[in-house]
Design a protein around this ligand. Structure first.
Ligand code: MG
Length: 742
C-alpha cells in the first residue's frame, strides 16, 4: 500500500513542478523580449502607446501650419519634382502673409538639372564670342515669338549691317529668357529675401569611424555644436547639405533623418547626429529653438537629457526624444498649390510656424539629388516642434524595465501559487494586477508623460493562461469518475445503483472517492481532507480498505464491543469493524509518511443484506432515504455545529461550524456511527459528499431522484445542479433504487 501511495504522490508533484517550470520559462522569455524590444510584442506595445497618445490633447498647443506637397498640388502643378520657382513663389507668399518661421523640408543639394537653361547659356556664350553668328535670315527663325517692335529693331540692325547693334538687341533678350527659366536663381533670390527659412541637411547613418577631418564649411559650423565624444548620439560619416549658396542664406540647418519604429511610424526624434566631431541638431529642434529665440549655444547636453532654457527634454534609449503622434487634424493643412496660386486666407500664416513638405514618409532617393534613406513626413517634424514648445515630453524612467519585469514575475507567482488550488483566485488576482498596472501606466502617461509598457505583461498573462489550460486539459483525469446504472440483488431486493464524482467548478483536484462493489453489496462515499494531495489519498485508500476488509472478513471481533449499540446484525457489525480497521491503516500510513501527515477522510458506507441496509458513518458525508414523497437524512454530520446543537451548547463558535469533530485517519482509533434500515419496495437511497448538499437543497434532490427514475441519470443531473449552483467543492453522489424482487 505504501508503494501505491508513493507512486500517486510523485505523479502529483511532477504535475505542479512542470507548471511552475513552464511559467518560469515563459516569464524569463517575455522579460527578455521586453529588454530586447522583440518586434512582435513591441508592435503591440507601440499600438498601446498610440492609444495613450491619442488620449492626450487632440489640438496642437503650438501654432504650426503644414503646407502639404500633396496629390491635389501635383494634379494642378504637374508631376513631382516641381520647378524650384514654385518654392520661390511659396516663400514669397509666406513672407507677404507674415509667417514667423518657415521650415522648408525639401533638400536641394545640387543645381536644378535644366537642359533648356543650358542651351540658352550656350547660345549666349557663342554670340558673345562670335557675333558673326547673327547672320541675316537666321534671326527671326531663332526668335519666332518676337514682338513686332523687336523684329523692327533687329531688321534695322541687319540693314545697318552693324553686328554690335544686333548683339545689343539679341543678348538682353536671351538673358531675360535665361532668368525666366533659371529656377535655382529664383529660389536663391526668394531665400535671400526671407531670413527665417530653416533648411534641411541629411545624413547616412553609420559608425562615423572614418575619422576624417575635412574642412567644414562655415554654414555647417554655425549649425553644429562641438562633440565631446561621450554623448553617444547616432553617428554618420556622410552628409548631404543644400547648395552652399542656399545654405548660407538659411536661418538654421537641421537634419531630417528619421528613425522609424518596426511598424513604419516615426515616434521619436534623433535630437542630434554626430558627424566629424560635431553634433548636428534635428530640423524640428532648430525650428523650436528659433521659435523660442534660443541659439544652439543655449543648448546644454547631459547624460540623459537635453536642456533648452527652462525646458528639460528627457532622452529615451538610443538618445532619442519620444514624440507624441497626434491625429491628422492636429495642425491646419494648406495645399501647396493653393499657397502658390495665392488662394489662401491672408491671415492663415501670420505669426505661425509653417512647415512645407510631404505628409507621408518617402524614400529620399525619390527626390532628385538626395541621399539614400527616408524622409520623414512633415507631420513627424511638426510633432517634434509641438512636443518641445508645449513641453509634452515622454520619458522612460530608469526603473521602468525593472518595474515591468516585476509585474511579469508577480503574475507568474500568482498563477503558480493559486492555479492548482484556487483557480478563480488565480484569475482574479492576475487580472487585478494587470488592471492596476494598466491604470497606473495610463495615469502616469497622461499626467507625467511617463511611458510604462503594458503589452508585455498582457502577452505573458495570455500565454501563461494558454499553457496552463492546455496542460490542465492534457493531464489525464481519473477515469473512474462514474459508474453507470448497474444492479445487484439481495435475497429480497434488487438494488439498481450508479455513482458519479466531479471536481466541481472551483477546485482543480478531486479529493472525493466512492466505492460501489456489487459483489459485496457495498456503496460508499468518502471526502478526503488534508494538505496538498493527501486528502485524495486518504479518501481513496479508505474506500479501498473498507472493501478489502469486508472481503477478508474479521476473525477478531473484539472491536465490535466498541460499537455503541448491541442490537446490531452481524452485517452491520462487520461494516463498523471494516471502517475501524480502515481507520487504523490510514492513520498508520499517515504516521509513516511525512508528506501524508494529518491526512484524513469522511466516510458514509452502506452494506445491503437481505431486507436491510447497514450504515456506517464518520464525518459529514450524508446518507438520505427518499420514501414516497419525503426525503430524510439518515446520518448526523460530525461537525462542530451539529455536535454543539445536539449537546445544547452555546453557538459562539460560528466560524468553526463546518469543522469536523470526527474523521478517519486522524486518530489511531475511531468509532463510526452505525445504524440499520429496513428496506421497502420503492425506497431510494442516496449517499453524497458535502459538495452536493451544500449546493443543492433537499427538495431539489428529492425532485431529481423522483423524476428521473434512473440512478445514473439522477447522479449526472445532481452533479450538474451542484456545478450550475457554483460547484464550490468536489461533488460525489451514489444513488440506489430499491425494488422488491418478483
Ligand atoms: Mg467536500
Amino acid at each position: 500500500m505504501i508503494m501505491y501511495l508513493h507512486i500517486d504522490k510523485r505523479h502529483m508533484k511532477r504535475f505542479s513542478l512542470i507548471n511552475s517550470l513552464l511559467l518560469a520559462v515563459l516569464a524569463v522569455a517575455v522579460i527578455a523580449a521586453l529588454v530586447a524590444a522583440w518586434e512582435p510584442i513591441e508592435r503591440l506595445e507601440l499600438k498601446l502607446y498610440d492609444l495613450r497618445a491619442s488620449l492626450t490633447s487632440k489640438s496642437s498647443l503650438t501654432s504650426v501650419v503644414i503646407v502639404s506637397i500633396d496629390q491635389e498640388s501635383a494634379n494642378r502643378l504637374g508631376g513631382w519634382p516641381w520647378p524650384r520657382t514654385y518654392f520661390a513663389q511659396a516663400i514669397h507668399q509666406l513672407q507677404e502673409r507674415g509667417a514667423k518661421q518657415i521650415g522648408l523640408s525639401v533638400l536641394y543639394a545640387e543645381n536644378d538639372p535644366n537642359p533648356g537653361l543650358w542651351e540658352i547659356r550656350d547660345i549666349i556664350r557663342k554670340i558673345e564670342t562670335d557675333p558673326g553668328l547673327l547672320r541675316p535670315g537666321q534671326i527671326t527663325a531663332l526668335f519666332p515669338q518676337l514682338q513686332e517692335t523687336e523684329k523692327r529693331q533687329i531688321r534695322k540692325a541687319i540693314v545697318s549691317s552693324s553686328l554690335s547693334a544686333l548683339r545689343n538687341v539679341v543678348l538682353p533678350l536671351l538673358k531675360e529668357a535665361e532668368k525666366r527659366i533659371d529656377s535655382d536663381t529664383a529660389l536663391l533670390s526668394a531665400l535671400a529675401a526671407a531670413p527665417n527659412v530653416v533648411q534641411p541637411i541629411a545624413f547616412i547613418l553609420g559608425d562615423g569611424g572614418a575619422k576624417r577631418n575635412p574642412p567644414v564649411p562655415d554654414y555647417l559650423q554655425r549649425n553644429s555644436l562641438p562633440a565631446s565624444g561621450t554623448e553617444r548620439f547616432s553617428t554618420s560619416d556622410t552628409l548631404s547639405a543644400p547648395l552652399p549658396e542656399y545654405a548660407r542664406l538659411a536661418a538654421a540647418l537641421g537634419h531630417i533623418n528619421a528613425l522609424r519604429d518596426s511598424d513604419g511610424i516615426v515616434r521619436s526624434d534623433l535630437l542630434f547626429i554626430a558627424f566629424n566631431n560635431s553634433l548636428y541638431p534635428s530640423f524640428g529642434l532648430q525650428l523650436a529653438l528659433k521659435e523660442l529665440n534660443l541659439s544652439l549655444h543655449d543648448v546644454r547636453i547631459e547624460e540623459n537629457r537635453v536642456i533648452l532654457g527652462d525646458r528639460i527634454l528627457p532622452l529615451i534609449e538610443g538618445k532619442k526624444v519620444q514624440i507624441v503622434p497626434r491625429t491628422a487634424s492636429a495642425y491646419p493643412i494648406v495645399s501647396f498649390a493653393d499657397l502658390v496660386d495665392g488662394k489662401v486666407d491672408a491671415n492663415a500664416f501670420r505669426n505661425k510656424i509653417v512647415l512645407i513638405g510631404h505628409r507621408h514618409s518617402m524614400p529620399l532617393e525619390m527626390l532628385p539629388a538626395q541621399p539614400v534613406g527616408m524622409l520623414p513626413s512633415v507631420d513627424a517634424i511638426a510633432h517634434v516642434v509641438d512636443v518641445v514648445l508645449s513641453k509634452s515630453f515622454v520619458s522612460r524612467p530608469a526603473w521602468a524595465v525593472a518595474a515591468e519585469a516585476s509585474v511579469i514575475a508577480l503574475l507568474a507567482l500568482m498563477l503558480a501559487a493559486f492555479w492548482s488550488a484556487r483557480l478563480q483566485l488565480a484569475l482574479i488576482t492576475s487580472l487585478a494586477i494587470l488592471f492596476i498596472w494598466t491604470a497606473i501606466s495610463f495615469s502616469l502617461f497622461l499626467t507625467q508623460g511617463v511611458w510604462l509598457k503594458i503589452a508585455h505583461p498582457m502577452v505573458f498573462f495570455a500565454l501563461a493562461l494558454g499553457v496552463l489550460f492546455i496542460r490542465t486539459a492534457l493531464v489525464p483525469q481519473r477515469s473512474e469518475d462514474a459508474v453507470g446504472s448497474e444492479f445487484f440483488d439481495t435475497t429480497d431486493f434488487r438494488v439498481r445503483f450508479a455513482a458519479k464524482t466531479d471536481t466541481g467548478m472551483v477546485r482543480d483536484r478531486n479529493e472525493d472517492s466512492y466505492c460501489a462493489d456489487k459483489h459485496l453489496g457495498l456503496l460508499a462515499v468518502a471526502d478526503g481532507v488534508g494538505g496538498r494531495a493527501s486528502g485524495a489519498v486518504a479518501s481513496r485508500m479508505t474506500a479501498d480498505l473498507v472493501t478489502e476488509n469486508l472481503k477478508k472478513g474479521f476473525p477478531d471481533v473484539s472491536d465490535a464491543v466498541k460499537l455503541t449499540r448491541s442490537d446490531l446484525s452481524e452485517t452491520t457489525k462487520s461494516l463498523g469493524m471494516a471502517v475501524m480497521a480502515a481507520n487504523k491503516s490510514v492513520h498508520a500510513t499517515a504516521e509513516l509518511n511525512p508528506q501524508l501527515r494529518n491526512m484524513g477522510t469522511t466516510l458514509t458506507a452502506m452494506l445491503f443484506d437481505g431486507n436491510r441496509a447497514s450504515i456506517a458513518h464518520v464525518g459529514d458525508c450524508r446518507a438520505y432515504l427518499i420514501r414516497h414523497i419525503s426525503i430524510e437524512q439518515l446520518t448526523d454530520d460530525h461537525t462542530v455545529a451539529v455536535e454543539h446543537s445536539k449537546r445544547g451548547l452555546s453557538e459562539d463558535m460560528a466560524q468553526m461550524r463546518h469543522v469536523l469533530t470526527r474523521a478517519i485517519g486522524i486518530t489511531p482509533d475511531i468509532v463510526p456511527d452505525v445504524d440499520e434500515l429496513t428496506l421497502t419496495d420503492g425506497d431510494i437511497l442516496l449517499i453524497c459528499s458535502d459538495g452536493l448538499f451544500n449546493m443543492v437543497s433537499d427538495g431539489e434532490i428529492l425532485a431529481v431522484v423522483k423524476s428521473t427514475g434512473d440512478p445514473f441519470r439522477a447522479c449526472t443531473r445532481l452533479v450538474e445542479l451542484a456545478n450550475s449552483n457554483g460547484g464550490h467543492d468536489n461533488t460525489t453522489v451514489v444513488v440506489a433504487y430499491i425494488e422488491k424482487r418478483r
